[in-house]
Write a protein that binds this ligand. Structure first.
Ligand code: GLA
Length: 347
């Protein structure tokens, strides 16, 4: 493993970039700033290496934006309505950072933390972080670990482990934006996506809190059971897509967490790069990068709306407040683990 400087963060602390390579010369670069996946170089059909995730060149660039490129999100991914909840009978409120709601655990999210490197092997690295009770406002001190492994099958496997001294939420995800044409290649709307889900969670309005329904995708533009270009139906006259300015919804993979299976497949004709994504989580947020905006990414790349798509494995949004959804709560002393992988190949 090679280690490079990733610059100083806003607290003046040095951050690092760790580089791991597998036997196919696929390369994964991760940072202790936000336990972030910064780059992922995989071969295209001509054997040329393509970096298939969006990112920035240094830690301070991540701090200057709110896109969460490649970051570890926690302790709760996605939204909590009114930034309030009841855990173990006790009301609890956290920061409202998107309208009156909480998104991705607020301003002190795991994406802004400087993680410790707990250890590494030839093909993996484990970051750890103690999330103190007072930092985000959730109950309990949560000890959390994230391990990134680059396998010789060109898969990035991400495992999460958490244990708390009080009942709390443990719902981490990775916020990578994929572009199978290469991170600097522009819109992903022509790239094909399949999501192996029969249903999704409709949202109430533009603030994206679920109604609580689990609605079938059949007969709607939300249907990705068969592969189709991301952009094919994104502009359809369909209220759910109007609310969110394009796909930004949780797809229901299962009624419970724990079963590891393929959740999605994606493909780019130009490069021939395909991705198979798997998880043991019960849901996945498909976000089409609707609000990336025009900005400069790694190596001066020009990023724009919809130049990357996210498949954020998670508990359903606002699960802590929705009785019909699987619960993201772990009990004191319980160890929770979950795993998500993104495998790349050429076809
Ligand atoms: C998630 C949300 C989106 C957006 C991104 C970050 O995917 O569902 O609405 O906030 O994070 O920009």
């Amino acid at each position: 493993m090679e280690t490079l400087s990733f610059g100083k963060n806003s607290q003046g602390k040095e951050t690092s970039l760790y580089i791991l390579e597998n036997k196919n010369h696929a390369v994964m670069k991760v940072s202790d700033h936000g336990a972030t996946l910064v780059s992922l170089l995989v071969p295209d059909r001509d054997g040329k290496m393509q970096d298939v995730v969006l990112g920035y060149d240094k830690a301070s660039d991540y701090e200057g934006h709110t896109c969460y490129f490649g970051a570890t999100i926690g302790r709760n991914g996605n939204r909590i309505g009114k930034a309030q909840m009841v855990i173990d009978g006790k009301p609890c409120s956290i920061a409202a950072n998107e309208n009156e709601n909480n998104l991705h655990s607020g301003p002190n999210g795991f994406d802004r933390a400087l993680w410790e490197v707990k250890g590494h092997t030839e093909n993996s690295i484990t970051f750890s972080h103690l999330s103190r009770e007072e930092e985000q406002g959730f109950p309990g001190n949560l000890q959390v670990e994230v391990t990134y492994t680059l396998t010789d099958e060109n898969a990035v496997e991400i495992t999460y482990q958490g244990k708390s001294d009080k009942a709390t939420i443990m719902n981490c995800t990775n916020h990578s934006y994929f572009n199978l044409g290469g991170h600097a290649s522009g819109s992903v709307e022509q790239q094909e996506l399949q999501i192996l889900a029969e249903s999704y969670n409709p949202v109430r309005d533009a603030k994206s809190i679920p109604t609580g329904e689990i609605a079938p995708v059949a007969g709607t533009p939300m249907d990705f059971r068969e592969p189709k270009p991301i952009g094919q139906d994104i502009g359809a006259d369909f209220e759910q897509l109007k609310f969110t300015g394009g796909y930004d919804h949780n797809y229901v993979l299962s009624s419970h967490a724990g079963e590891f299976k393929v959740m999605a497949n994606a493909y780019c004709k130009e490069t021939g790069i395909a991705m198979e994504a798997s998880t043991d989580c019960c849901g996945v947020q498909f976000y089409a990068g609707n609000f990336i905006g025009d900005q400069e990414g790694k190596g001066g790349a020009a990023y724009c709306d919809r130049c990357g798509f996210c498949l954020e494995s998670q508990f359903y949004p606002d699960a802590v407040n929705q009785k019909g959804f699987p619960s993201p709560i772990i009990q004191a002393g319980e160890t929770f683990t979950s795993k998500t992988s993104y495998r790349f190949y050429v076809k």
